[in-house]
Ligand binder design. Sequence first.
Ligand SMILES: CC(C)(COP(=O)(O)OP(=O)(O)OC[C@H]1O[C@@H](n2cnc3c(N)ncnc32)[C@H](O)[C@@H]1OP(=O)(O)O)[C@@H](O)C(=O)NCCC(=O)NCCS
Length: 322
Amino acid sequence: MRAEIRELDESDLEAAGQLLAQRHRRHRERQPLLSPRFEDPETATEELRGVWASKDASGTVALAGGELVGYLLGVPKDSPVWGPNVWVEPAGQAVTGDPELMRDLYAAAATRWVEEGRTAQYVLVPATDPGLVAAWFRLGFGHQQTHAVRRPLDREPAVAPGVRLRLAVRDDIPVLARLDVALPEHQGLAPCFSSGETGTVEEAAQEWEEDWENPDFTTYVAELDGTVVGSAVLCSISQSSGNTSLIRPDDCGYFAFAAVMPEARGRGVGRALGELGLSWAGREGYAVVATDWRQTNLLSSRAWPALGYEDTFWRLHRTVGY
Ligand SMILES: CC(C)(COP(=O)(O)OP(=O)(O)OC[C@H]1O[C@@H](n2cnc3c(N)ncnc32)[C@H](O)[C@@H]1OP(=O)(O)O)[C@@H](O)C(=O)NCCC(=O)NCCS
């Protein structure tokens, strides 16, 4: 039976919440570290209501035999960083049966998005659903960002010869500031070509000075042969604006930032910092650790999976019009 596609409205949210809860149940069969909360249809519906309440939310539903069999919901983000955009957030889509239906849902929803000028499009998809991911690939989307989780380590980090890890002290601020800038500098290069703004070292140092006492973040540095060459920032995942909704596991620590100076890369410092993040989370009593990376960042997209992180969500991206 061919599904009928029409615009999503508020009266669809409860049935859509049921589909989302089912999708999340399937997701957790593959990745049990995700929060069980969204397996509850009421919680899933509530999450969808939150997305629907955002300014300029719009989407489509598919109906077969009077039943909702799929939905797609997009919302724009205000930030200029993402261009003239629309986002399908972690709660923003589900289908029953053949994921090919997502292409029909997208075709109908994207007509409006593109008419509104929203040509930079971002979609969060469960990484463990190859059929759904492939449907998006057949719509011209590519893999931009990976969200991932794993259990903490119950031992101290292993460190390569010459590497020493320690808590950062205030005197480290000048090097911490340089390491802050090293990440966007790296991600501005091929093959990432990220357009995110690279602030100056002076601005980064100023921020460190102002925020030094902030108890929500723990900063470590890595020394190589006595010189600080790397840093890592750790916190609760509740500090992360990019890891919300169904992406965010319960009781979860967050490996928020790490960088190594270009001349010291590839010598085990990143692995030591990564393991440190996992040990820290264990010591803090978290059940899960999460992180995320640009998939086109050749360094982090190799380093963090090598530490045992498993993909949960992929952010896919398409720019329409060329
Ligand atoms: C990502 C980064 C922190 C890793 O630090 P590093 O010191 O270069 O990493 P390491 O030498 O410890 O290597 C870590 C793992 O990456 C992988 N890796 C490193 N270089 C690699 C290469 N050329 N090819 C394939 N895998 C590679 C290996 O799996 C390695 O683990 P191993 O110990 O099992 O060999 C560092 O490269 C960096 O600062 N990059 C720029 C900023 C950045 O991307 N930050 C992270 C943002 S999410």
